[in-house]
Design a protein around this ligand. Structure first.
Ligand SMILES: [Zn+2]
Length: 229
């Protein structure tokens, strides 16, 4: 169930019955020449939909489609709100949401959001609020490569310009991170890709979505039981 489709009394009824709010958090960020700027948001929205399908007590809020993407800002179309604004935004959003819901699950599909979300969660927990932050991770390539291309193909193949896909820097992300953090992603990859989209398939993306959703559902199961009043 989506929060935006409920009336206020319906939202009140659901929270009274123990429903929690899940908020997808993505980014508006370059994903190479072949994937849309909203790729991370698409993944977060998909995972929240699967979480709600597995746990009917989860209500899915409107997605937060901006995140901390400063290292991608010299690629057209990237719109970043930065770490501090994201932290404040999530703190205020969860303070407000917990007036209705006994808990909030923040589901992020952009690694760059991690620091701000961890800080926000610490502040909210100190205030006694129930907040769970879950971030998507995978073993595949880091950015707009085979993994993310497969995920987006599984979500909606019409959003992928496969004919424009090209390889980027294929070295391990840990090796590239210092340069990316100091000089931006363009310093290591002129096309914005870290990895290689070659070989990406919807089938591979669907399997990874299944695995990530299972992990998210599993992480939430015990937490949800504790959120019931
Ligand atoms: Zn991404």
């Amino acid at each position: 169930m989506q929060l935006a489709l409920l009336t206020s009394p319906e939202a009140g009824d659901r929270s009274g019955a123990g429903a929690v709010l899940a908020v997808p958090v993505g980014s508006t960020e370059q994903h190479g020449p072949h994937l849309p700027l909203g790729t991370d948001t698409d993944i977060a929205v998909e995972l929240c939909a699967r979480l709600a399908a597995a746990h009917p007590s989860v209500v899915v809020g409107p997605a937060l489609a901006y995140g901390a993407s400063g290292e991608h800002e010299d690629f057209a179309g990237t719109v970043s709100i930065g770490h501090d604004a994201l932290e404040s935004l999530v703190v205020e959003l969860c303070r407000s949401a917990t007036r209705t819901f006994p808990g909030v699950v923040v589901v992020s599909a952009h690694g760059g959001n991690g620091l701000a979300l961890a800080r926000a969660a610490r502040r909210l927990r100190r205030e006694g609020r129930r907040v769970l932050v879950w971030s998507a991770t995978w073993d595949g390539d880091a950015h707009a490569g085979r993994t993310e291309t497969s995920l987006e193909l599984a979500i909606d193949p019409d959003r992928v310009r496969l004919d424009r896909a090209q390889a980027g820097d294929r070295r391990p992300i840990d090796l590239l991170m210092p340069a990316i953090q100091s000089a931006g992603l363009r310093a290591v990859s002129g096309n914005g890709v870290l990895g290689d989209p070659a070989g990406a398939t919807a089938r591979e993306g669907a399997a990874l979505l299944d695995a990530m959703a299972a992990d998210l559902v599993d992480r939430c199961s015990g937490w949800l039981a504790g959120s019931r009043r």
